[in-house]
Design a protein around this ligand. Structure first.
Ligand SMILES: *Cc1c(COP(=O)(O)O)cnc(C)c1O
Ligand SMILES: [Zn+2]
Length: 427
C-alpha cells in the first residue's frame, strides 16, 4: 500500500512521514491510500480472522490485526498493549424500538476509551520519527491514553486540560501514568489552540485527532464492528461527535472498504452532539453552508467542544454515507446512560449520546423499525464517577430519572432482616 498525506482542500501532497498536521493552505490532511499491485484483498477477511489465533501482540490487537488498512510498521516498531479487543453487544429492543440493535463498547480498551486505537499508531509513529516528547489537548481521555502509551514507549508526555470540568477517572490516569499535566485557564478549544502553536515551534509530536495518522487507527472501530457482524453491514452507525475524529475516521474507513471491494453497502452515519455543544449540528442544519464555533457546555465533558478541528473532513463523512446529525439534551444523555448502565454494560456520559440520539431519530422515523443499528460507546463508566453518582443520588434535577441512592440502615439484625424482606418482596 502506498501512503501519502493529501490536503482535503487543495489536493497538495506531502510524504506520509512529513510530519505535518495541516497543508500550507491551512486545509486538513488525510492519509491517502493507493493500492499497489502486491495488495490483494480477495481473502483479506480470512487473513484478519485467522490472526486472532496468534499469540503475537501485533495479531491480537484489534488495530494491528487490520494493519493492511492502518500502517505497515515492523512488529518491533509498534507500541501496543494490545488494544482494540472490544465487544459488540446485542441490546434488548426495549431500549431502541428496532429489530436489531447493538452497542460497540470501546470503553473496554486498555485505558477505557477508543482513544487507544489512535494512540497505538500515533505513539508508534512518534517513536519511529525519533521524537522524545508528545503532547495533546484533551477533555480527558486523550490525555489518559497518551500518558499510558508514552509511558510504555519511554517518551515524555505533556497534556493540556481545561480549567475544571475534567472527569476524575481521566485526570487520575494522566497523573498516575506520569504525564506532565498542565491545566490551562480556559476551555478545551483554548487548549487545542495552544498545543497547535507549541507543536509548530518545537520538536514535539502533536497527538490530537487533528493528526491524520491517529485517525488511521480509529478506522478499525468500524472495520472491527463490521467483522463482528459477519460483514452484514448495518443500516445505521450512531456515534457521539466532539472534535469529530471518529466521524472522519469512520467515513474514511467506509470509503476505503468500498473502494477495495471489502464491503458493498455503506451504513448511514448518525452523529450526535450535545445541545449546548452543537456546532456540527448547526452546520448540518444549514446544509453545511456555514460553520460557526460555539461556546460549549454539557455534562458530557468528552464532547464539550465548540470548535471541532475535523469539521471539514467530518462533513465529507456525512455526505458520503448520506448520514445525519442530531442533538440531544444533557437530561436525555443521562437518562440514556442510565439505561445502558442498568444492562450491566455501562458507559460514560458522552457515550450515551449515541443511544439518546438514536432514540430521537427513531421517534422522528428517520431510523425505521426494520433497521439494524450499531451505537458506539466511546468510554468506560468508571471514567466519570461524579456524573454517575450525582445521577443516582438524584442531584441532577431530571424529573424522569430513577435514582439508585445508597440507603442508610441501622446495624441491628432485626432492622436488616426487615429491610431485606421488603426488598425480596419488591418487584
Ligand atoms: C474523545 C471522545 C469523544 C469525542 O470523539 P471525537 O472523535 O472527538 O468526536 C466522545 N466520547 C468519548 C468518551 C471520548 O473520549
Ligand atoms: Zn491545501
Amino acid at each position: 500500500m502506498k501512503r501519502i498525506l493529501k490536503c482535503v482542500r487543495c489536493g497538495r501532497e506531502y510524504p506520509v512521514d512529513a510530519p505535518r498536521y495541516r497543508c500550507n493552505c491551512g486545509g486538513l490532511l488525510d492519509v491517502a491510500l493507493k493500492k499497489e499491485n502486491s495488495d490483494d484483498f480477495s481473502s483479506i477477511k480470512d487473513v484478519w480472522r485467522k490472526r486472532r489465533c496468534s499469540n503475537k501482540a501485533i495479531d491480537q490487537s484489534g488495530v494491528w490485526r487490520f494493519r493492511e488498512l492502518v500502517y505497515d510498521f515492523n512488529e518491533d516498531e509498534i507500541v501496543t498493549f494490545p488494544e482494540g479487543k472490544t465487544n459488540l453487544y446485542k441490546i434488548p429492543s426495549a431500549l431502541l424500538d428496532v429489530d436489531s440493535a447493538f452497542v460497540k463498547h470501546e470503553g473496554e480498551n486498555p485505558t477505557g476509551s477508543f482513544k487507544d486505537r489512535g494512540m497505538t499508531i500515533g505513539i508508534s509513529f512518534a517513536k519511529k520519527l525519533g521524537y522524545k516528547m508528545v503532547i495533546c489537548a484533551s477533555t480527558g481521555n486523550t490525555s489518559a491514553s497518551l500518558a499510558a502509551y508514552a509511558a510504555r514507549a519511554g517518551l515524555k508526555a505533556v497534556v493540556f486540560i481545561p480549567d475544571g470540568k475534567i472527569a476524575f477517572g481521566k485526570l487520575s490516569q494522566a497523573l498516575a501514568y506520569g504525564a506532565k499535566t498542565l491545566q490551562i485557564q480556559g476551555d478545551f478549544d483554548d487548549a487545542m489552540k495552544a498545543v497547535q502553536e507549541i507543536a509548530a515551534k518545537h520538536r514535539i509530536y502533536l497527538l490530537n485527532s487533528l493528526n491524520p495518522i491517529r485517525l488511521e487507527g480509529q478506522k478499525t472501530i468500524m472495520i472491527h464492528t463490521l467483522e463482528q457482524l459477519g460483514w452484514n453491514v448495518p443500516d445505521w452507525f450512531v456515534l457521539p461527535g466532539g472534535n469529530l475524529g471518529n466521524t472522519t475516521a469512520f467515513g474514511k474507513a467506509l470509503m476505503e472498504l468500498k473502494e477495495f471491494g471489502i464491503i458493498e453497502k455503506v451504513p448511514h452515519l448518525a452523529v450526535i452532539q450535545a445541545e449546548n455543544a452543537n456546532p456540527f449540528y448547526r452546520a448540518y442544519k444549514n446544509g453545511f453552508k456555514e460553520f460557526e464555533p460555539v461556546k460549549a457546555e454539557t455534562i458530557a465533558t468528552a464532547i464539550r467542544i465548540g470548535n471541532p478541528v475535523n469539521y471539514e473532513k467530518a462533513k465529507r463523512s456525512i455526505e458520503f454515507t448520506k448520514g445525519v446529525v442530531e442533538q440531544v439534551s444533557d437530561a436525555e444523555i443521562m437518562l440514556a446512560k442510565s439505561e445502558i448502565d442498568k444492562l450491566g454494560i455501562g458507559c460514560e456520559p458522552a457515550s450515551a449520546a449515541s443511544l439518546a440520539g438514536a432514540k430521537k431519530l427513531r421517534e422522528k422515523g428517520i431510523i425505521k423499525k426494520g433497521d439494524s443499528v450499531v451505537m458506539l460507546l466511546t468510554g468506560n463508566l468508571l471514567k466519570d464517577p461524579g456524573a454517575t453518582t450525582d445521577f443516582n443520588l438524584g442531584k441532577l434535577n431530571i424529573p424522569e430519572a430513577m435514582p439508585n441512592a445508597p440507603e442508610k440502615i441501622g446495624n441491628s439484625p432485626e432492622e436488616i432482616e426487615k429491610r431485606i424482606k421488603e426488598i425480596l418482596g419488591e418487584r
